[in-house]
Design a protein around this ligand. Structure first.
Ligand code: ARG
Length: 457
């Protein structure tokens, strides 16, 4: 069978060249949206009198038949037909005969691929949002379950202040909420119909782009045909959003890996989400978390690939653009899988609150609380900070905890230090004092969880 563009050519393509040129292996994923686009296009052509109503009907039926054939695995895709657009058009002509040759009136593969990418992404990103919401729900449930269990808050990987596991979980909730909103925002810019832009400059055919916009359910229409077939910024935007979300997953994974180590033992990941070692019988490795951390690099690679593919391409369409598919599909599939798997792993992880408690006595976690308590007694913060600094130095030298200091020690640290300057130093007391909006107190974490639940509802 000759190519759809064979008219101008005397020879058929070299086999290697044909495979190199084809995108069908990847863009066959667009078959549904490609058919939806063609059905809207031919319906509009029929209404405009460009083809007859009967012709439009025959083409529509042919396209629906091809959809079923593809769904039932009855179509053998081949690089011979280059891409999904030419494959479906050729199948249509085989199916309905010469009338099928009227489908490609007033459009080009350039606006077709722009349309398919947008429609495909809108559908996929809605699914992705559901998965992010599921993860956010798992986080909320963990936060609820551990809202009063003490955790050590770190800065610079050093013991900083006591917090709760629930508070720590809610920090991630906020990050994934922003990821969700970024994707929602990306969909806003995808929601423009490029169909009818033609190869680059519009068409002389009497088409009605507003009608296909309506038929395809787009909220907006693209304003400039050349822009519509030339830019892939929406792909870059999505992969940027995906990269940020992967970065969050990677940080969470890294914490899982640290918490799962023997040195920490803060968590117990369910056996179903860990692997063993082929040589060391005692091992229980956090491979899932490590893989997610590793796959983050892949998604960043997809982003750099897309930015580099687009950079330096003149207007309008260039075949370089065809390379967007591997980056887009890879980023999308990787992110989605990682979110689903991470949510399952988190759901099946227990925090070993007893073990965590054993670490609490190290690192002078209550130091800030003493300084802030002094402030409440009228001591300027800088002065309080210095005094508590001296207390810590003294404790370190004498290998005791802040809680162990007695009247005799106070005098040795500073003549102005008195018993009443030291508040309750238990980690729970420290947590409960942090009632500032967004703080780690149980009361505020309960508020955060409530707001989070309302958001997801
Ligand atoms: N397979 C092509 C792509 O994905 C479709 C557009 C081809 N257009 C062209 N003028 N060769 O970009």
């Amino acid at each position: 069978m000759a190519n759809l563009w064979s008219g101008r050519f005397e020879k058929s393509m070299d086999k290697l060249m044909e495979e190199f040129n084809a995108s069908i292996d990847l863009d066959k994923r667009y078959y549904n949206v490609d058919i939806d686009g063609s059905i809207a296009h031919v319906t509009m052509l029929g209404e405009q009198g460009v083809v007859s109503h009967d012709e439009a009907q025959i083409i529509r039926e042919g396209l629906e038949k091809i959809r079923l054939m593809i769904e039932h695995d009855e179509v053998e895709f081949s690089s011979r037909l280059e891409d999904i657009h030419m494959t479906i058009e050729t199948l249509l002509i085989n199916e309905v005969g010469d009338v099928g040759k009227k489908l490609h009136t007033g459009r080009s593969r350039n606006d077709q691929v722009a349309l398919d990418t947008r429609l495909f992404m809108i559908r996929e990103l809605h699914d992705l949002m559901l998965e992010i919401k599921t993860l956010m729900r798992v986080i909320l449930n963990k936060a609820e379950a551990y809202k009063s269990d003490i955790m050590i808050g770190f800065t610079h990987m050093q013991h900083a202040q006591p917090i709760t596991v629930g508070f720590h979980m809610m920090a991630y909730f906020q990050m994934f909420k922003r990821d969700l909103e970024r994707i929602e925002d990306c969909i806003k810019r995808l929601d423009y119909n490029p169909l009818g832009s033609g190869a680059l400059a519009g068409t002389t055919i009497n088409i009605n782009r507003h009608r296909t916009t309506e038929l395809l359910g787009f909220s907006h229409i693209t304003e400039n045909a050349m822009d519509a077939v030339s830019d892939k910024d929406f792909v870059i935007e999505f992969i940027s959003d995906a990269s940020i979300c992967m970065m969050h997953l990677s940080r969470f994974s890294e914490e899982f890996i640290i918490w799962n180590s023997q040195e920490f033992s803060y968590i117990d990941i369910d056996d179903a989400y860990c692997t063993g070692s082929s040589i060391m019988p005692q091992k229980k490795n956090p491979d899932i978390a490590e893989l997610i951390r590793g796959k983050t690099g892949r998604v960043y690679g997809d982003l750099i690939a897309m930015l580099t593919i687009m950079k330096g391409t003149p207007l309008a369409y260039n075949k370089d653009f065809q390379e967007d598919k591997s980056a887009l599909f890879d980023a999308l599939d990787t992110l989605k899988t990682c979110i689903v798997i991470f949510a399952k792993m988190l759901e099946n992880t227990k925090f070993q609150t007893e073990e965590i408690n054993q670490h609490i006595n190290k690192g002078f976690l209550a130091a800030t609380d003493i300084a802030e308590h002094m402030v409440k007694l009228g001591i300027p913060f800088r002065q309080a900070h210095e005094m508590v600094g001296s207390m810590v130095k003294y404790c370190e030298k004498n290998r005791i905890r802040l809680e162990d200091l007695n009247e005799a020690d106070y005098g040795k640290i500073s003549s102005s230090l008195t018993r009443e300057m030291i508040p309750d130093l238990s980690a729970l007391a420290c947590v409960e004092r942090r009632i500032s909006y967004g703080g780690t107190s149980i009361q505020d974490v309960e508020r955060q969880i409530k707001v989070g639940r309302e958001y997801l509802r």
